[in-house]
Write a protein of this length. Structure first.
Length: 95
């Protein structure tokens, strides 16, 4: 299935695969990142992970269900800063 996207900022039209435009809940985004949901929520709160693409701001705060685009989470995971952090974490102790 093909998805057509229109940029709100520029009006540019692009097409892509529907699987890449899938919306993820916080738990699904955490699973994609290989993190516990609480860690992913903390990363979002401190600005290390991307803010939600759909913050669900029109509902009461205790009922919000923010959503992330799959592409946003993948772009964050592949960012140079995040890769460097992961690389440091994987180093064996004593090096």
């Amino acid at each position: 299935m093909v998805v057509v996207r229109v940029s709100a900022a520029t009006g540019a039209v692009s097409m892509g695969d529907a699987a890449e435009e899938a919306w993820l809940t916080g738990n699904e985004a955490a699973a994609l990142a290989g993190l516990p949901p609480s860690t992913f929520r903390n990363y979002v709160a401190i600005g290390r992970a991307p803010k939600a693409d759909d913050p669900d701001a029109d509902t009461p705060q205790n009922r919000r269900r923010p959503l992330w685009r799959r592409t946003s989470v993948l772009a964050w995971l592949n960012s140079p800063k995040e890769r460097a952090i992961k690389k440091r974490r994987r180093r064996p102790a004593g090096e």
